[in-house]
Design a protein around this ligand. Sequence first.
Ligand SMILES: Nc1ncnc2c1ncn2[C@@H]1O[C@H](COP(=O)(O)OP(=O)(O)O)[C@@H](O)[C@H]1O
Ligand SMILES: [Mg+2]
Length: 295
Amino acid sequence: MTDLSTSETKPETIPMHMTSGSAIIESSELGKGKTVRTPDKENRPVRVKARDVSVFYGPKQALFDVSIDIPAKAVTAFIGPSGCGKSTFLRCLNRMNDTIEGCRVTGQIELDGSDIHDRDLDVVELRARVGMVFQKPNPFPKSIFENVAYGPKIHGLARSKSELEGIVESSLRRASLWEEVKDRLHEPGTGLSGGQQQRLCIARAIAVSPEVILMDEPCSALDPIATAKIEELIDELKQNFTIVIVTHSMQQAARVSQRTAFFHLGNLVEEGPTDTIFTSPKEKRTQDYITGRFG
Ligand SMILES: Nc1ncnc2c1ncn2[C@@H]1O[C@H](COP(=O)(O)OP(=O)(O)O)[C@@H](O)[C@H]1O
Ligand SMILES: [Mg+2]
C-alpha cells in the first residue's frame, strides 16, 4: 500500500483503510457509530466544468490553464502543497475572486451547462447555488436561528414564519446539529464550540438549497473529534450535494473523497478517482507528493 504519511503532526482519529484496486474507501469504527464510505459510482453527470482557467493577482499568475470536470453528488478533494492555488481555484467556482482587488480570472466555467461568467448571471444567486464554507468557522454575530434563516429570507425561500422554521430545522438536522441546539436556537451562534460553529456554517450553506458546496480546509481549526464529525457529515451530504473540499491532509482526502485533484505551483497536475491518485498516480510529481517527498 502506498505510504500516505505526511509531515502533519495533527493526530488522526480515524485509521484509514483503502482497498486498492476498487473504488471503495472505508473508514473504520468511529466509537460506536460505524461509518462505511459508499462506493464511487462512475458516470455521474458533470456539475461543474472548468476549461483553461487561469488566475492573475495583479501581474502575477497564480493558476495556469486548469481544466477539470466536477461530478454531481460526489466529493472532489483538492490537494497540494501550500500556495499551489487550491483556494484560488475553489474561489473561481462561485466567483469569490471577483471580490479580490486586482484579481483577474480567464477561461470558462460552467455550472450545469451555463457559463458562470455570463453577463446576465446574478452573482448573489450564483453564490446561493454554489455555497462556501471557510477554514475558520464564521457564524454571523446573530442567533443560531438567524444564522440559518438569513439566506432563505434574503432569497425569499419561505412564504411564512412556519415555513422558515421548517427550513431552519431541516437544515440543522442535515448538518447533524439539530439535537445539540434545538433548545437554544435563540442563543448566539458564536457561543457554540468550534466544531458546532462549523456545522452551523454548513447548515447556513445548506439552507438555500445549493447545488454545490465548496469547503476550504473546513477542519483545519478543529480538534480530531470535531473533524471526524464533519467528515461523517460530508459523507452524508454527498447524497444530495456536489462537494469540493480543499484539504492539506491527504488522509482526509482519502477518507472523504471519491475524486482527487493534485495541484502544484498553480497547475492541476493530475486528477482522477481518489484510490487511483493515491495508489497509482500517473505523474511523478503526484507520486512524490503523496509519498511525502515534498509538501
Ligand atoms: N489575495 C491575494 N493576493 C495576491 N496573491 C494571492 C492572493 N491570494 C493568493 N495569492 C497567491 O496565489 C498563490 C496561490 O495561493 P492559494 O490559492 O491561497 O494557495 P493554496 O490555497 O493552495 O495554499 C500563492 O502564491 C499566493 O501567495
Ligand atoms: Mg488555501
